[in-house]
Design a protein around this ligand. Structure first.
Ligand code: ADQ
Length: 465
């Protein structure tokens, strides 16, 4: 029999909405998880459609229905987008959430634009809502959305999941507008983080007199005028789906050609958006250190770094791209021989199946962000391994994934010797130890997979309805 909770529509809100097409070859874990939640409950995915206009107020949402999901999207004014997205979201919130205060570029016009776009989102979304809907808002672009919806008279349960780390108060208070953000977060009913560290950082902020909250043992946060639940919901991957993709990818021509081109050398793989938080510069320099400290590694390893540019037009992103080109070129010039180039550096994305095939053929997965909310690449790499001959994950202690993936080789991305030694240990690890570590990691992945993540969050939200 259907319970009333099962009949409630789920409304997902994110900055961008994945377009409704057939199962996309490139769809990553997050989009797949969100779509599965929407398919189960039926509902709406609301957000920006990627179009910029010159009109100051977006028109009514355009709604496209596919199965039991409605994709409701709006355009944004080009100046608003610049202020809200490139400006406050990515020049202020992204760096502070990654503890990179030197990268903050604050401008009050951007903060105004951030609030203006959140208010627009709320106005347009409010017109689509039904009294029984539950609403799940995603990420740092939309922190004030619940407060704006409450102002518009919406009383439905609203949850918020933060995909990036939450900074401790000493970092957060550097941000102009942090008081407003903390008060706005109190309008949510459920707030989710990837790790206990992020939850603890949030609690440290919310206890400050700005909100003056008290925290109960059962994750309930009480503040003047109400309460909310804040908890840890580590995002995961579709373990069996990735294992199947990576097995089948062995037959792909593209994967076979890549393996052949290695000429029997060991592949070390890095896959990241081109972002300064991913530690790519430190990674290249650590790889250089490996080649210096372990001369045997020379000619026996190849680092393939796949890093498609993102947020082009934001100066820090353009700068890091130029620096990476320079340093990879220098290392290749220093160590290359007539038949070997140490770093293959690709500024482009790779479709999901061949990517999983590349992971399976890599002896080492090198995931060394200088800070990361979770890092799905680390989990995908583990899930893609052949259990009878698995590669080894070398993982930054500063990625959220390190809280769960304790059987990886954990390194500090700022310490080149430590990373170089970690890679060398991974390359030399005996088969039995590789199998044991991989089996333990896969067990963890299964426990916190993508289904567990979205089910636990939606259940927490349903308990609020
Ligand atoms: P991201 O910073 O984008 O996500 P990550 O978690 O690694 O980082 O997710 C990236 C996704 O894109 C993965 O599924 C990966 O396979 C895919 N991807 C990355 N580079 C690719 C490439 N070159 N080609 C093809 N696919 C590529 C944010 C937070 C993370 C958090 C996630 C989910 O910054 O900390 O884990 O959200 O919550």
């Amino acid at each position: 029999m259907m319970t009333s909770n099962q009949t409630k529509r789920l409304v997902i809100v994110s900055n961008r909405v994945a377009t409704p097409k057939k199962k996309s070859a490139s769809a990553g874990g997050l989009a797949v998880g969100i779509l599965a939640a929407l398919e189960e409950h039926g509902g709406v995915w609301f957000g920006w459609n990627g179009n910029l206009t010159s009109s100051s107020e977006p028109g009514a949402p355009q709604v496209v229905k596919k199965g039991n999901i409605e994709y409701a999207t709006i355009s944004l004014n080009e100046d608003d987008y610049e202020h809200y997205y490139n400006g406050y979201s990515n020049r202020v919130l992204w760096p502070v959430c990654h503890y990179l205060l030197d990268f903050i570029q604050y401008d009050s016009a951007n903060f105004d634009g951030y609030r203006r776009v959140n208010a627009q989102f709320a106005r347009k979304l409010a017109s689509l809502l039904k009294p029984d809907d539950i609403i799940w808002v995603h990420d740092y672009h939309l922190i004030p959305l619940a407060a704006e919806l409450r102002d518009a008279g919406i009383e439905n349960p609203i949850g918020f999941f933060l995909h990036v780390p939450f900074p401790c108060y000493e970092a957060f208070r550097a941000v102009p507008g942090h008081e407003y953000l903390l008060r706005a977060l109190c309008a949510y009913d459920v707030i989710g983080f990837h790790t206990h560290r992020d939850l603890a950082a949030f609690e440290s902020c919310i206890r400050e007199p700005i909100v003056g909250a008290e925290i109960d043992d059962d994750h309930v946060i009480r503040m003047p005028g109400g309460s909310l639940v804040a908890d840890v919901f580590p995002i995961g991957v579709d373990v069996e789906g990735i294992a199947a993709l990576s097995r089948e990818a062995a037959e792909l021509k593209r994967v076979k050609k890549m393996v052949k081109s290695l000429g029997g050398r060991n592949l070390i793989i890095g896959v990241d958006r081109l972002d300064y938080s991913k530690g790519l510069m430190q990674r290249f320099l650590s790889f250089e250190r490996l080649l210096q400290r372990y001369p045997n590694a020379q000619k026996n390893v190849t680092l393939m770094q796949i890093a498609p540019p993102t947020r082009t037009g934001v100066r820090t992103y353009d700068e890091i791209r130029a620096e990476l080109e320079q340093v990879s070129g220098r290392i290749n010039g220093r160590f290359s021989t007539t038949d070997w180039v140490p770093i293959r550096y690709l500024n482009k994305g790779v479709a999901r199946q061949p990517l999983m095939g590349m992971f399976r053929n890599a002896k080492v997965g090198l995931v060394t962000p200088i800070r990361d909310g979770m890092n799905l690449v680390a989990k995908e790499y583990v899930a893609a391994q052949d259990p009878d001959d698995p590669g080894v994950l070398v993982l930054s202690s500063l990625a959220g994934a390190a809280c769960e993936l304790t059987e990886a080789i954990i390194v500090n991305p700022h310490d080149r010797d430590n990373v170089a030694d970690g890679i060398a240990a991974a390359l030399n690890m005996p088969l039995e130890e590789r199998k044991e570590r991989n089996a333990a990691l896969v067990k963890t992945l299964r426990k916190n997979d993508i289904t567990a993540w979205r089910t636990r969050f939606v259940d927490a939200l349903l308990r609020k309805s």
